[in-house]
Design a protein around this ligand. Structure first.
Ligand SMILES: C[S@@+](CC[C@H](N)C(=O)[O-])C[C@H]1O[C@@H](n2cnc3c(N)ncnc32)[C@H](O)[C@@H]1O
Length: 280
């Protein structure tokens, strides 16, 4: 191996011809445990053989379409860093709308009882626990591997949550909450987007309800259908959904007897979260 190809500056330049330069830099900093400043000030610094091999493997995986977050093992949400693995959906900024709307309503209770259905990496539950220190937050997921990631994230951010494994409300018995929040799988099973943008690398159980020929609403409908049996009087249900599902979500909530049914928009002005209040 030539001297030049061991140096971080040269390794970065080579990778830039294959993948996005910022991503090539992020991977190099991850493998080489160096900063951006190190890369600029000391491009001649050399990596060990094992690090060079690790970097080459990560660049090849990124070139093959694997999302950067899985390669780095972490992603940011609401300004905080969270561990991610292939067992969980990569956090999306759109989900901040769900957190914001939940926080806006939670001030109605001194110690709100909140359940996050389909917690995945735990981002929603952890941020709610941090922003609402008196809240009692329960996080539910069907996937034990996802719950392990969520537990690690709760610990990383010093939050104390209750984790429950199972199918939506089933493991909760007849327990009731002030707030039910959820970002469920809502991509229709036949949606061509599932084949693009790194989605094939994400857990399919986190993306789609898997209903062949369906509209992606099966999980949303199941959560709406069970919500009034698990909400206290005056409690709120808030659900994230797809860009074209707001009308259907509101219709489903209104038909279930929810009041004040409405939708809230993300930064791209897309109605991203819908919700309603359980009657008193
Ligand atoms: C879209 S991901 C959301 C993850 C995380 N809350 C977020 O916003 O990034 C949906 C999650 O729902 C979970 N899930 C799917 N079906 C479920 C079910 N029937 N009961 C409980 N969780 C389920 C998946 O394992 C996945 O973690």
């Amino acid at each position: 191996m030539s001297e030049a190809s061991r140096a971080i500056g040269a390794l970065w330049r080579q990778a830039c011809s294959r993948i996005d330069r910022q991503e090539a830099r992020a991977l190099l900093q991850h493998v080489g445990r160096c900063s951006h400043a190190d890369l600029i000030a000391h491009p001649e610094r050399e990596l060990a053989d094992a690090q060079i091999a690790q970097y080459a493997a990560l660049v090849a995986r990124r070139e093959a379409g694997e999302p950067l977050a899985y390669l780095l093992g972490s992603a940011f949400f609401c300004g905080l860093e969270f561990a991610v693995s292939k067992a969980v959906l990569i956090p999306r900024p759109d989900t901040e709308v769900l957190v914001d709307e939940a926080c806006r309503r939670a001030s109605a209770w001194r110690a709100p009882r909140i359940v996050d259905l389909g917690t995945g990496s735990g981002i929603v539950a952890v941020v709610l626990a941090l922003r609402l220190p008196s809240a009692l937050v329960t996080a539910v997921d069907l996937s034990p591997a996802a719950l392990a990631v969520a537990r690690a994230n709760a610990q990383r951010h010093g939050t104390s949550l209750r984790f429950v494994e199972g199918d939506w409300y089933r493991p909760l018995g007849d327990e009731r909450f002030d707030l039910i929040v959820s970002n469920p799988p809502y991509v229709a099973a036949g949606d061509p987007h599932l084949a693009n943008d790194g989605l094939p690398f994400e857990p399919q159980v986190a993306l789609t309800d898997g209903v062949a020929g369906g509209d992606g609403m099966a999980c949303i409908d199941a959560i709406v259908a069970g919500a009034r049996d698990h909400l206290l009087p005056g409690g709120w249900l808030l659900i994230e959904h797809g860009y074209d599902q707001a009308v259907k979500a509101r219709e489903s909530m209104a038909a279930a007897g929810f009041l004040k049914v409405d939708s809230w928009r993300d930064e791209a002005s897309i109605a991203r979260v819908s919700g309603g209040q359980n009657p008193y």
